[in-house]
Each structure stands twice: as C-alpha cells, then as structure tokens.
Design a protein around this ligand. Structure first.
Ligand code: COA
Length: 173
C-alpha cells in the first residue's frame, strides 16, 4: 500500500464528487473516440453521462469508492456485479480512474489490490481494445496480487464488447 493512500466508500452526499470526476474520466476516454460520433460534449460543455450513478447508492452489490492521497482526491472506482462476459462474478470493475497528476506512481495498482483484498472472490474487469495502457495496467495489477488464485484474459470482438475481459479469483488473506 502507498503511504497516505485511503480508499473509502463514497457517501451518498459525495455523489456530486464522483459526477465531477466522471467528467474527467470521460474526457480521457474521448481520446479513444477520435473519428467516431462518440466522445463529444453537449452544448453546455459537459459530457452526457450514461452511467446510472444513483444506482451506486441504491443497489446492495454496487460499491462507490473514492481514492485520496494524503486527503486529496486521486481517483475513484465503481464496483458492481454486472459482467461483460455474462458469466457470474462477485465483483466487477465497472469504472476505475486515477487523476492524471497521480498516474504511474503505483496509486492505481495499490487501490485495485486493496479492493481485491477487501472483497475476495470471483472478479471481472473489461478493457476496451483501444485502451492499451489500461490493459497493461490490469494485467500487472491483477497478476501481482499475492492472493491471486486464477486469472484468464479473453479477447472478445463481439458487438457487446470489443477488447479484453479479465476474469480472476482472489482468495482470502
Ligand atoms: C489505467 C489507470 C487506472 C492506471 O493508473 P495508475 O495509477 O497510473 O497505474 P499504476 O501507476 O499503479 O501502474 C501500475 C503498472 O501498470 C502498468 N501501467 C499503468 N499504466 C500504464 C500505461 N498507460 N501504459 C502501460 N502500462 C501501464 C505498468 O506496468 C505500471 O507499472 P510501472 O509504472 O512501474 O511501469 C489510469 O491510467 C487511468 O485512470 N486511466 C484512465 C481511465 C481508465 O482507462 N481506466 C481503466 C478502465 S478499464
């Protein structure tokens, strides 16, 4: 774990914080949508968000999390149990984001591994084909977890998902 890194469940009154960070998250992804109709801001200069954020404070299997480094926001994660593979999982990485200032410092890996340890079981993480950096990240973060029991990375080219789907099992500590 990185010194000063805290990974806390986001309270309902912190939904606007995640809404703000989601704008930055989508902006990052918009780079991958060049030449397509996706990834534009609306007339008000904001991205239209198709993530049903309110569900993260309504559904029992949805977990919203904020990452802070020495008290300053460094990223967020949204977990649920809805997989892209269609196979069952206890936990799915729905969204995961580290603010640019804090990248390549090990924050993402430390946060991801802390979550795997906090919620052992069957996990899934899906990565878009164009998101090559995130693919390398998940391969590294999952593959180096000390309680990893099993990992597979399936390449999908289906209309429902174009990219890599990591499925893995984390044992209890
Ligand atoms: C992907 C992301 C979460 C990585 O966070 P991070 O804090 O920078 O990652 P870490 O510093 O913990 O990286 C751990 C290792 O993963 C790999 N890695 C991370 N980012 C990488 C990149 N852009 N390219 C290649 N490898 C990368 C490296 O092996 C790295 O170790 P190293 O820095 O010692 O080489 C961050 O870049 C991000 O938020 N991207 C935009 C949103 C996104 O794509 N989310 C994932 C959706 S599936």
């Amino acid at each position: 774990m990185i010194d000063g890194l805290a990974i806390d469940s986001a309270r309902a009154d912190e939904q606007p914080v995640i809404e703000n960070l989601v704008q930055l998250y989508i902006h990052d992804f918009s780079e991958l949508f060049a030449g397509t109709p996706r990834g534009d801001v609306a007339a008000d200069g904001r991205y239209v968000v198709d993530i049903p954020l309110a569900n993260w404070w309504r559904e029992a299997d949805h977990v919203p999390l904020l990452f802070r480094l020495h008290g300053t926001l460094a990223g967020f994660a949204l977990l649920n149990a809805h997989t892209h593979s269609g196979a069952p999982a206890d936990h799915n990485i729905a969204e995961f984001f580290v603010l640019r200032k804090y990248r390549r410092l090990g924050v993402g890996r430390a946060a991801a591994q802390a979550l795997f340890s906090r919620y052992p079981g069957r996990w899934e993480a899906a990565v878009m084909r164009a998101n090559t950096g995130a693919r390398a990240f998940w391969h590294q973060a999952i593959g180096s977890h000390p309680a990893l029991r099993h990992m597979e990375a399936a390449e999908r080219g289906h209309f429902t998902w174009d990219g890599t789907i990591f499925r893995f099992v984390i044992g209890p500590a």
